[in-house]
Design a protein around this ligand. Structure first.
Ligand SMILES: [Zn+2]
Length: 125
């Protein structure tokens, strides 16, 4: 399959986010963030749940993740800034009513035993 990766890298999905999704092996916070966006577009709630930090999982349900992923049409990801542990991005999507929306978030990530996890996100104005 030669599908272009939804994360905006211009690479093929199979050479970009998919290996990270399959192996939970993203090497940096930004790569994890991009692969999580791609997982949203592909409705891969297992990966989104598994890459959420353990402490946060009790506030998150896989079902809610899946519903959020499915009810929106994901258009585009823009990574605006990243550091070792944070990524600021805009995700463009159409909501369930077909209205264009922008999700602007600064996410925090942490590495545990060589794997990166999403800790929390703060909405940016
Ligand atoms: Zn990608």
């Amino acid at each position: 399959m030669n599908k272009t990766c939804p994360c905006g890298s211009q690479k093929a999905l199979a050479q970009c986010c998919m290996p990270y999704i399959t192996n939970h092996s993203a090497p940096t916070a930004e790569v994890l963030m991009r692969s999580r966006y791609t997982a949203f577009t592909l409705h891969l709630a297992d990966y989104l749940f598994q890459t959420t930090s353990l402490a946060e999982r009790r506030f998150t349900s896989k079902r809610e993740i899946l519903e959020w992923a499915q009810q929106n049409t994901w258009l585009k990801l823009e990574v605006l800034a990243s550091t070792a542990q944070t990524v600021t991005f805009k995700a463009y999507f159409l909501d369930a009513k077909g209205q264009a929306q922008v999700h602007h978030e600064k996410s925090t990530f942490k590495e545990v035993h060589g794997k990166w996890y999403y800790v929390k996100g703060k909405l940016e104005p």
